[in-house]
Design a protein around this ligand. Sequence first.
Ligand code: NAD
Length: 369
Amino acid sequence: MTMNRRDFTRTLAAGASFSAFPFANSFAERPFQEKRLGVALVGLGGYSSGQLGPALQETENCYLAGVVTGTSEKEKIWADKYGISKENIYNYDNYDQIADNEDIDIIYIVLPNSMHAEYTIRAAEAGKHVICEKPMAMNVEECRQMIDACEKAGVKLSIGYRLHFEPFNQKVMDMAEEKAMGKINFIRCGAGYRMGDNWDQWRLQKDLAGTGALGNMGVYAIQGALYAVGENPIYVRAQEFKTIPEKFDETDETVTFQFEFPSGAVANCETSHNASMNYLYVSADDGWIQLDPYSQYGGLKGKTSEGPLNFPQVNQQARQMDDFAACILNNTQTPVPGEMGLRDMQIIDGILSSIDSGGEKVQLENLAF
Ligand code: NAD
């Protein structure tokens, strides 16, 4: 992939003027789309119920057309709440029949991580464009299979990296691209939360989650570090810590990792399922930028060495889904494609290798994006 974020954003809306803050007005400026694309959410758990369903009431280029659920009680709840017609409600047995449903253009996979690959591949085989939640899959091989299936079917694949559509984080990306603060030297990024007392949840189970904090929240720290410097890392070192080994017996609790970038910049990152953290800090020759919090759904705050940052709070998920729908309608490339999810899984592999080797420096080669 050689197209950078700015190239992608330029392709978004024909006629929308480009600015240093490309997404700020792009939706208002975007020409009216005659067709709104239908989205079906697969998996009606916390994220679909709390964020994606409501966000699809605010989208302009797409709307909530259907759902796929294994829980029959949820069928009526979602049908009543969002006015979804009966024929657009599927379960895991008749999922593949979605191929015949012209109302549904995009399938959004919001299932436990171990189910991402299978349901993405089946969506592609049904001829539907796909958004898959993070982490993209359980391993690099699954990511490749998902990308191949979408390519073969001629459908687009994107990952639910909502922060690429959020103004404070876009500012960080823009400053990296513009080298607005001179040479970037150091990044700190942390994303984590304290898990509740439910020890049975799938996020603690290796066969359903893959990794623990690393895949769940660590992907935000990986992403933050990479877009803050605007480069892919070439080396990583990592360490793992457990303070409640009996709770985190299958998956990681706290992981720290350090990147080295080709420009000489370094990053120190951390993630946890047992500690709250949510910050991104970038130090450069001529200034600094700090977001805290940086990856929540709302309430983001930021400042630079020049003063406070003031951006509107936006519905990140609505922007993310609208952007993907626009990419389909305009046949442009999404800024958060499957290859980016694959790259992050390659980096997770490097982090795990370093942990396994007792913290040795691991080279990151042939990254996919
Ligand atoms: P959740 O546990 O709240 O919901 C999971 C859904 O999957 C439930 O509806 C459940 O019934 C269904 N399911 C089907 N088979 C299952 C099985 N074998 N075990 C457990 N559940 C099963 O999870 P969630 O928070 O909605 O997360 C779903 C996905 O979305 C995950 O991949 C997660 O990483 C991602 N996510 C992303 C964000 C984001 O900000 N991008 C936020 C939250 C979750």
